[in-house]
Design a protein around this ligand. Sequence first.
Ligand code: UD1
Length: 345
Amino acid sequence: MAKRVLVSGGAGYIGSHVTVELIAAGYDVVVADNMSNCDMTCFEGVRKITGRDDIPFEQIDCCDAAAVEKLFTDYQIDAVIHFAAFKAVGESVAKPIMYYRNNLVSFLNILESAGRHGGCNVLFSSSATVYGEAEDLPVTEKTPRLPATSPYGNTKQMCEDILRDVVAATASSQGVIKGIALRYFNPIGAHPSALIGELPRGVPNNLVPFITQTAIGKRECLSIFGNDYPTEDGTCLRDYIDIVDLAKAHVAAVSRMLDGKMKEGYEIFNIGTGRPVSVYELVTAFEKVNGLKLNYRFVDRRPGDVMAIWADTSLANEELGWKAERTVEETLASAWAWEKHLAGK
Ligand code: UD1
């Protein structure tokens, strides 16, 4: 029988792409989402791409311990991929209690039910934000984490630590929990079908949705935050990882857990391309690959931004047998195809 993966937050941007790849790899999935930050667009897209109308979908809030417990009672769950969390950095600064409560309680509930039901493999969706403004680049998994600069970033660090501690505590118990944290760099792009992609509510905070919304005419002008950084063209450097490549990393990590290939009970992997790209380069590449001109201007730096961060991905390459494959051009073309799909063009 196929192993079953619970994807919490599975109707969102990353969760929907991961669901598609899990199904393609032969896993059974159950998607749980409270729909607090998305509608059914992506889940419908997942159904179309996979040709599967029967993917179980549970509209629950993972902060509801009884609802999570019922999920583990109703389904035999072999692994969990936990995405259900709030993710806006600025909002987290304004509403720390909301962020701590939501992001920590939902994860604690998952871990508690997983333990109660005989143990589980748990993949936590972490972020490169845990490295802060690292001195040595690229960062490896051994690069020390720096104090978080936002409650959002702090919840990522705290959930990593919670998972590590729970793994250690359950190692010799009945309900063994094994865990992997994937630290994503900057996920961008959309599925090649253009049926699923990023769907930000309101004004996008992240670069690529802002670019595509400017190109389609929803936003007047893209502000590039800072061109006076000590980088080649003065703009920030990031490691932009294609969403489908990122989704495949989850399949590799889940398989590693389910196939008993982990070397330790708790492991961490950087998921990026290993290549730094500047904001200006990304904007120019978007214009070139899609044959259009973007309205942009340089403005002051955005408070809280780090100048440069990119990944050393050797550990994921070697241990997960995974590597980013799509070029940044392909990814930017997919992002634009998705924006046009949303606009009905
Ligand atoms: C941010 C978060 C990170 C989170 C990630 C995904 C911070 C410090 N980091 O990463 O924790 O995991 O989003 O949600 O907030 N930019 C512009 N104009 C824009 C938008 C962005 O120039 O309109 C620039 C930024 O200054 C940055 C780059 O584009 O240099 C990428 O920004 P963004 O997409 O917001 O991601 P990060 O800030 O790297």
